[in-house]
Structure formats: C-alpha cells, structure tokens
Design a binder for this molecule. Structure first.
Ligand code: ADP
Ligand code: ASP
Ligand code: MG
Length: 402
C-alpha cells in the first residue's frame, strides 16, 4: 500500500492511513506500506536547497529532500502501533533499496528485503520511506520527483507481492487530468503500455519509472483513493485484458517544455550529430525534433524541444558548439506545452490524428511541432492554450463522461 503526500498531509490523515492498513491486516494480509512526504514538504526542502545555492551538490540535495519521507515513515509506524498493529519504519538504506549514484534522479538497481520479509512473515507491518535509497557511493539518494510510486512498485516486485495499491487523492487513472477537465472519466483498466505513455507524457498520477517496473515484473498495480477507497479505482493490466478498444484512451499534457530553433544551419550529413552530440554530452534529453526542407539545398532550420529545467544548459551547450555547427541564430521559447493523445486502438484505427489536427485548428490553436509513435500523437502548442486544447480533444474523442 502506497500513500501519497495528500494522504499523509497531517496527523489526522496519518491516523486514517493507519486504519486502512489495519483493514488489510485484519483481512489476513501481510502488508508493506510505502509513504511519501507530507504534501508540500518536498517542495519546501527543494526550495531551501536551491535558495542557499542554485549549484548545490546533488548528494546534499538528496540528504535534505529525503528527510520528508523519514518523518512520515516514522509517524505512520507510530500511528499503527497506537491502534495495536505491530509496525516498524524502514529507511531506504535499511531495507536496503540500492540505487545508482545519479543523485536527484537515481534508479533502483536492487532491493534485498531479507530482514523485512522475515518481519512481515512474523506479522509486523513494514513502513518504508518512499523516494529514497542508498546509492552505490554509499550515500542517501532520491529517485526523482514523484519517486515514491517507484519505491512502492519496486518493493512490491521484490517481495513478490500479490498486489500494489497506490492510494492517492483521485480514485483512479482518468482519461485526462480530472483537475482540468471536469468531464474526465475514470478508467476501469488501462494497459501498462498506455499508462507508460500517459505518465511519460505528463500524467503525474504515477511516476513513469514505476510503470516500467510494473510492466517488466508484471506487478498488478491498482490506483485508488485514500479518501474513498471503495470507489473502484483503476487496474493496470495487459493489453489483451482490455475488451473495449477505443481509438484514444487518454489525453496528457506537460508544461515542462521549452523549444529551441536554430536558423540557417548547413544542410549536410553530420549536422544533426554536431547539434545533438553536445546536448547529449551535457546530459540534456531532446524530445521532439523538426527539420525543415531547405529551399536552396544549402541552408535549413531546425527546431527541437527540451525540458524547461534544461533550457539554460542546452543553450550553453549549443553556443559552445556554434563554430562546429555554423548556424545564423538561435531562438528559444519556454512559453510552450505539449499535448498528447494516447491509445492502443490507434494501431488499428485510421485517421485518428486528423481529428486532433482538425479540432485544434477549429479552436485557432497553432501546432508548432508534431511527434508520433505507434500509440500516441503529441503536438507542441503555446502554453496559454493547454487547457482549451485538452478539453476540446477530450470532447472530440468522445471521452467526456455522459
Ligand atoms: P500523490 O501525492 O498521491 O503521489 P500526485 O499529485 O503525485 O499524488 O498525483 C495525483 C494527481 O495526478 C491527481 O490529483 C491529478 O490531478 C493528477 N493527474 C494528472 N493526470 C491524471 C490522470 N490522467 N488521471 C488521474 N490523475 C491525474
Ligand atoms: N515526496 C516526493 C515528491 O514530492 C516523492 C513523492 O511524493 O512521490 O516528489
Ligand atoms: Mg505522486
């Protein structure tokens, strides 16, 4: 059972969480609980670290931001004991949850829950601090924002759990973010693959990496509401288990986008390598790319997107490589957002993208960049139109709740 930040936001809610855990124990289950920090806590810790020094040591950042989960793990264990349930807290290093040394966004490499398994079989509830682990350099690490989901699914996989229930502030995965579209519909089931796309394209209900682990280890994950646990929820499952295959399952959006355009670059072999090589070396992930046809066969324009937090580093890397690339000018724009539609039904339905393009055009929204894969289409648009675009697409694909 994993509980997110709003679920453990104060002592009253932690008491409520303890009751939900007690319910599972009373039903005869062995339970490992994974908790996030109290809502808002991680943001505060991140802000403190940045305020002292924008160029802080990522290992110290991890020491600071991992602290939020230490508090809720201990408090949850205390709350459980207070209602007569045997429980103890486990910090990442105590489990241990071993990770890479990529501080700030470490990847889980191994979990060795031998002692924890023993305690579970003796009837003790394990309360694991989410988001944190111990890195190969023997220091505290964190798994990137939203990482408690990943802790939960990875612990479930390591324990070979029958289920991994992600309790959050919505009662499941919706066709789109219910916070911006009131007519969003809860999905009874969603395939791992679609959930992976939804998460990586911006639906923050699950961290992308948690879905990857669930998919690889076939962990049955359910998303449920802490505040209405009987509401139904959403089950992640295999594609074959989904009967009704609509062309589009969901719409996701991300504001964490920035666009860079290089004008009048030479149109010759090797030019892409001369641009994207330095970006990769600087640790910048490039997402969408368009290259225009060159009119004279000699010069062309190239546009690509990076995450907003990487924009400064990306520009710096390009400017340093300017002599090798040979562009006329570089422009950038952070006022952009990506809207995507996702669905395994796209494999078999034709003309799905056309509805997207027509709908956006009817709203007067200009598409700046397009990218597609087998089960998704993404477009880059001006940020101010995100909500309008998501709502219009949600209706156009007949996803609105009746
Ligand atoms: P937690 O703190 O429990 O991890 P998060 O805030 O990380 O919760 O994730 C839950 C939030 O994800 C919801 O409140 C909702 O606004 C947002 N969200 C975005 N897209 C979706 C979606 N498709 N379905 C459900 N929730 C979504
Ligand atoms: N507390 C961490 C965060 O806010 C991890 C999580 O909540 O999943 O990113
Ligand atoms: Mg979350």
């Amino acid at each position: 059972m994993k509980f997110g930040g709003t679920s453990v936001a104060d002592l009253e809610r932690i008491r409520h969480v303890a009751q939900l855990v007690k319910g599972e124990v009373d039903r005869g289950n062995e339970v490992a609980v994974v908790v996030s920090a109290m809502a808002g806590e991680t943001n505060k810790l991140v802000a403190w670290t940045r305020e002292l020094s924008p160029l802080h040591d990522a290992r110290e950042y991890d020491v600071v931001v991992a602290a939020g989960e230490q508090i809720t793990a201990g408090l949850t264990a205390v709350a459980l004991s207070a209602i007569g349930i045997s429980a103890r807290s486990w910090l990442g290093w105590q489990v241990p949850i071993r990770t890479s040394a990529m501080h700030g966004s470490a990847r889980i490499e191994a979990i060795e829950p031998t002692l924890m398994s023993e305690r579970l079989s003796q009837g003790q509830v394990a309360v694991v601090a989410g988001f944190q682990g111990i890195a190969s350099d023997n220091r505290v690490s964190t798994l990137g924002r939203g990482g408690s989901d990943t802790s939960a699914v990875a612990v479930a996989a390591a324990l070979k759990a029958d289920r991994c229930d992600i309790y959050t502030d919505v009662d499941g995965v919706y066709t789109t973010d219910p916070r911006i579209v009131a007519k969003a519909r809860r999905l009874e089931k969603i395939s791992y693959e679609e959930m992976l796309e939804m998460a990586s394209l911006g639906a923050k209900v699950l961290q992308t990496r948690s879905v990857e682990i669930a998919m690889v280890h076939r962990v049955p994950v359910r998303v449920l509401s802490t505040f209405d646990p009987d509401a139904g929820g959403t089950l992640l499952c295999d594609e074959e288990d989904i009967v009704e295959k609509k062309p589009v399952t969901g719409i996701a959006y991300s504001r964490d986008e920035a666009k860079i355009t290089l004008r009048r670059i030479p149109d010759r072999p090797g030019i892409a390598a001369s641009i994207f090589g330095p970006l990769a070396d600087a640790g910048v992930n490039v997402d969408m790319i368009v290259q225009n046809v060159s009119e004279d066969g000699r010069k062309t324009d190239l546009t690509f997107t990076v995450s907003r937090g990487d924009l400064a580093r990306a520009i710096d890397a390009i400017e340093k490589a300017a002599p090798a690339i040979g562009y006329r000018d570089l422009t950038s724009d952070s006022n952009v957002a990506k809207v995507s539609m996702i669905g395994i039904g796209m494999r078999t339905h034709a003309g799905v993208a056309q509805t997207m393009f027509r709908t956006l055009s009817e709203k007067g929204i200009n598409i700046q960049v397009i990218s597609t894969s087998e089960i998704k289409v993404s477009v880059l648009i001006a940020e101010e139109y995100v909500e309008l675009a998501v709502r219009a697409l949600h209706s156009a694909y007949e996803l609105d709740v009746a």
